[in-house]
Write a protein that binds this ligand. Sequence first.
Ligand code: NAI
Ligand code: MG
Length: 509
Amino acid sequence: MNASPALTQYQIPLQPDPSAAVAKFLKRPPRLFIGGEWVESKSRERISVVDPATGREIASVADANEADVDRAVAAARKAFESGPWADMLPADRQALLWKLSDLVEKNMDELAELESIDNGKTKFMATVVDVAGTRDYFRYMAGWATRIEGSTFATSIHGPPGVKFHTYTQREPVGVVAQIVPWNFPLAMAAWKLGPALATGCTCILKPAEQTPLTALRLAELIAEAGFPPGVVNVLTGLGETTGAALVAHPGVDKVAFTGSTPVGKLINKSATDTLKRVSLELGGKSPVIVLPDADIDSVIGGAANAIFFNAGQVCCAGTRLFAHKKVFDRVVEGISTAASSIQLGPGLDPKTQMGPLVSREQQERVLGYIESGRKEGATVVAGGETPSSPGFYVKPTVLANVRSDMKVVREEIFGPVLVAQRFEDLDDIAALANDTPYGLAASIWSNDLRAVQRLVPRIRAGTVWVNCHNFVDPNMPFGGFKQSGFGREHGRAVLDLYTELKSVCMAI
Ligand code: NAI
Ligand code: MG
């Protein structure tokens, strides 16, 4: 089954067979997790789950309809308002989250394998990034459950003679939360959503992306095993246009948390306006990688290649636009292109694979369409630029040079392993070039010139600015976008604001 040593980088080996545990999981009937039970959908529609390395169906899941959404919202509402969850001590919520993180760790191998055959990423990356990150995220958020606080403050209220006031704030859970997540880090994105909601005492309806529903379903089993009361977390598989839209419009949902594309984020924000739901949006990006003339070229090459090729470029904060100073541009582009050409493509379960296929045929075609449009508009393909011969959804790691700021490949989010490289001459121009995008999720600056870096950081309109690194996230470091990359900050203390309402209490004494 494995690649023979004679295979070149673009000859794609076969996907190894899944483990017995995963094979068994794939055979389960399509079910939804509502009110602590596995129930059949009221809809007869099924969504095919495809292994991106083979293009073949490996399972099918339900496409939950409005009746299913009603049931899930009712279960979440009931769990929020009455029963053990509503009265639970923060320390007990903390213990449950910690237990869940332990179960994620215990089932790491199976979760990583499921993620790999569902999304296309390598099992190795799924293990060290997605599943380990999920474990750590639940563990981190467990700590916040017992640290939620308000404040007391002075007031100057002119009340009746002799009356004093005692005033304070307290944070209360926002309520029933619909959480709609994408397919690029399916389990980790579910954790980013569920972790703070559970720490603060909300109840949830999680909708994984239709392309990658498997780990969310496995996670629901672990949530039940951990002992979360019924209805605290409900998982609905389904399409965005059906299940997702019904959740966003539902009057029984208090908040929507969404990660995905900017166009869908706008739709969600509009739809949620009718019921004035709380909304947090983590949307697309077109993040610049800015290389100043003094930068250490070797670390730039490795770092910039990783910034764009990690997870096959399907990363919201991927470093997609390279701006290198003219003094170093040729060396940087050559180095990244050499790195691109040495990446071994293959199926996620093959241990030799360095980059898997993209998530779907649709995404592969979208990315190849962008490369074609770049070519037509005059960009030079320095590396990659096509798909290897395989039924899987592969795209070769690609570098496009000679691009202009008005090209589609420079303006739009590609969400694939495609770097667009531009040179710049004047340090004074670089902030304007980097900010010339509707997005503002992240950026990186590569330089050891402290003064230049410190002056540039405040001029970059982005939620995260990395210096001499890219794509690093931490549960304690706020993450989110400026401009059309969304609003709200996940992680850290900041995320508690997204999942709580602030109540002022004013007591005459
Ligand atoms: P998408 O934004 O359509 O999907 C993300 C999630 O939103 C999925 O769970 C989907 O079912 C749901 N959804 C879709 N339409 C919805 C609606 N009307 N109401 C409620 N939920 C809805 O992204 P898609 O179509 O999978 O990918 C398209 C492009 O979006 C990608 O090429 C990429 O540029 C961008 N994207 C960005 C992501 C990020 O992390 N910022 C993640 C995934 C995609
Ligand atoms: Mg879509």
